[in-house]
Design a protein around this ligand. Structure first.
Ligand SMILES: [Cu+2]
Length: 323
């Protein structure tokens, strides 16, 4: 019996090994209790502010509970304790007002400077405009004449709509994979301008350390300078309709030269199909429409397969995977 359980454990470990190998930096780990550090200065700042507040709370909790425990045990009724009769103690009142104020200042001072840094989008090297749609994202690389739309991976969409059970080995990032990833360079200050076309969405990639609402008619700003190459995943974080849970975000941060090659490949032809297929980042089919056609948005909103006139290959590939 013990042996059977032991071999089951070994089997589970062996089966989990390829999954662990596939895990990306900044992915949450099993039983992770604390927040992640992320891969930007903003996320590191958030982590530090969080840890400071956490340790202060822990210290307060310890002091309060130890004092309570001691009072309840040492001055219990069975030992003949009688409650003291006093209602006012100026010294104590000053103390329990001054100490929290000092603690709040200790926390607010660094938090404020971090918040100011978080909203300082000056001196950014490039700008990406993010537009939320029901239910996908559009990314415009401003000044580069490159636009991509990013939708839930077609196979994942088919599995969920068919009500099938996804195979975790084949789809380790089930519902967190897109057709066209947002490719960005590392070690580059990227300014994001974020808006929406229909309802309020929210663009959220936890590893970047921020979440920004995408509101129709309003342009919000944020920035990120990603330190490590990798794939960072997120989701829409504002309830935006029936498919709110199915508009994931995938950011692929690559070295600067790789990004330059990718950007050049995206500019080459009007159809949006790169000339060299090997340049297409993994996961993307390279057939992103160059611009959003209003009819296409309407098709997607009505649950139909979009007809993208500028990207015929993408439309036919979609049709075959959805069939
Ligand atoms: Cu949304």
């Amino acid at each position: 019996m013990m042996q059977g359980r032991f071999s089951r454990w070994i089997l589970a470990l062996v089966a989990a090994a390829p999954m662990a190998a596939m895990a990306q930096v900044a992915d949450p780990s099993r039983w992770q209790l604390n927040m992640g550090r992320g891969v930007t200065a903003t996320s590191q700042n958030a982590y530090e502010a969080h840890m400071l507040a956490l340790w202060i709370c822990l210290a307060i909790g310890l002091v309060v509970f130890i004092a309570m425990g001691y009072a309840m045990f040492a001055f219990r009724k069975s030992k003949g304790a009688v409650a003291a009769k006093w209602s006012h103690h100026t010294g104590l009142e000053v103390l329990w007002t001054v100490i929290p104020v000092i603690l709040l200042v200790i926390m607010a001072w660094p938090a404020t400077s971090k918040l100011i840094a978080m909203y300082d989008t000056r001196e950014s090297a490039m700008t990406v405009k993010v537009t939320g749609y029901q239910w996908m994202w559009k990314y415009d690389y401003l000044g580069e004449d490159v636009s991509i739309t990013s939708r839930l991976d077609r196979e994942h969409d088919r599995i969920r709509q068919a009500g099938e059970r996804p195979d975790p080995a084949a789809h380790p990032y089930y519902l967190l994979e897109v057709d066209n990833e947002l490719v960005v360079p590392v070690d580059t200050k990227i300014r994001f301008v974020i808006t929406a076309d229909d309802v309020i969405h929210s663009w959220w990639v936890p590893a970047l350390g921020w979440k920004q609402d995408a509101v129709p008619g309003i342009v919000n700003e944020a920035w990120a300078e990603i330190r490590e190459p990798g794939v960072y995943r997120g989701q829409c974080a504002e309830l935006c309709g029936k498919d709110h849970g199915f508009m994931p975000i995938v950011v692929r941060a690559v070295p600067k030269d790789e990004y330059a090659t990718w950007l050049a490949s995206m500019k080459t032809v009007d159809t949006g199909v790169p000339t060299d297929p090997s340049l297409v980042p993994e996961g993307g089919d390279g057939n992103a429409p160059r611009s959003i056609d209003p009819d296409m948005i309407e098709d997607i909103q009505q649950g139909e397969e979009p007809t993208a006139p500028q990207a015929p290959a993408a439309a036919s590939a979609d049709a075959s995977s959805a069939a």
